[in-house]
Every structure is written in C-alpha cells, then in structure tokens.
Design a protein around this ligand. Sequence first.
Ligand code: 13P
Length: 248
Amino acid sequence: MKKNIIAGNWKMNKTNEETKQLIEELKPLVKDAECEVVCCVPFTDIVTARKAARGSNIQIGAQNVHWAEKGAFTGEISAEMLKELKVQYVITGHSERRQYFGETDETVNLRTKAALNAGLKVIVCVGELLSERESGKTAEVVTRQTIGALKDITKQELKSIVIAYEPVWAIGTGKTATAKDANDTIKIIRKTVRKLYGRASATSIRIQYGGSMNPQNASELMAMPQIDGGLIGGASLTAEKFAKVVNY
Ligand code: 13P
C-alpha cells in the first residue's frame, strides 16, 4: 500500500533559530500522522532542522539541487552535499524556479537525475500557468512537463519519485483548484506515467496537489482518489496549520 505524503515547502523563510522552534513545535503535533511528513527547508536550515527532527517522524528535504557533481557553479549545491547532510527529499522543478530562475524541462530532468543518482528521493513539480489553463492547455502542459522531467529515468528510479501537481495560479493566491479539477489533472499526469512505465508504476507513484492547500481544504482534497498528498507553502510555516493539514 502506498503511503500519502504531506510535504512543507518553506521557500525562502525561516532563520536557524526559527527553524529549531518550528520543528520543535511540530514534532508532538504530527507524531501520530498516518502519512509521511516532510519539511523542505532552505539549505542553510538543513543541519538545524535535521538535529531538531532527530528521533521523530519528520523527514527533511531541500528545495533545489544542481546536476553536476562539483565544479564552478557559484551559488549551487550538489546532490552529494545534500546526501552528506542526510537530506531525504529534494524538490525539483518548482514553478518559482521555472519562473524566476530560468528552469526548463531539461534542467529539471538533469537535476532530478543527479538527485536520484545520489540516492535522494525527489518531489518533481509540474503545473500550468493561468494563461495556459484559460486557453485550454492544461493537459498539454502537464503532459509535456511530466515527460520532460522523467526523461531517461528508469522504472526502478521512478519508485523514488513523487510528482507534485501545482497549478501556478493557485500558488500563494488563496485560490485552490477545486478538488475535482485537481483530481482530473492528476489523472492526466498518471496516464502519462502509465504510457511511459506501465500500469503498476502509474498506480503506485504518489502524486501530490499543491497550491493554497490549508487546514480548511485539506480533507476535501485528500479524499479525492487520485490525490496522494500535498505540497504546502504558506500553511507549512506555522506548526499548528501544518499539523492540521498533516492530520487532515
Ligand atoms: P502555497 O501553499 O503558499 O500556495 O504554496 C504552494 C507551493 O508552491 C508549494 O510548493
């Protein structure tokens, strides 16, 4: 049986001191969670978060990774560096990376492969812009992004991948996709995985929804048959709110 996965994406928030406090507050609130619980923190918070989460069911993730093993890539972090810090998950292809940092389907694929090679699990994000949704291109966009992200990734490696469907217009806007819309688009993503890897892989891969997911809408979203988890931005920054989503 696959286990649902709720991950917080802290984005560029929290100092070390704040990280320690948030994880400490979170631990007792999520200790009985039925799903996997992950906090994807800024690079500079990883060591503190790991230390604070020790002995708990909270796993720590990063928010980006470079594809090269090492070298002249100022400001970047390699998969080996993350591995050494005992990071379990890393996010690739977040829409903010695509939008502000020139991330393409190709670089998302390279980053994903580097993370897998180092033995990390990857949360790969896909999702359409508002203009793409309004022009009826949602299916085309998420299909292209999914195929692009998974290029040359084996069936075995796919087991270490979670896909996050995040419609860009729903991120940080308070607008959530309706549970039905999210479910329908995730079905399209799953169908793409089926075409690439077969039915068993498509059934077992976990696909999250992300975009203004919060304590009020989590249970409705999580009740949908295609939705296996959530990637939470704003609501992951306070222990109480994130715990409510985790314990949907
Ligand atoms: P919000 O939950 O703040 O909309 O952010 C979603 C997101 O981008 C998670 O990666």
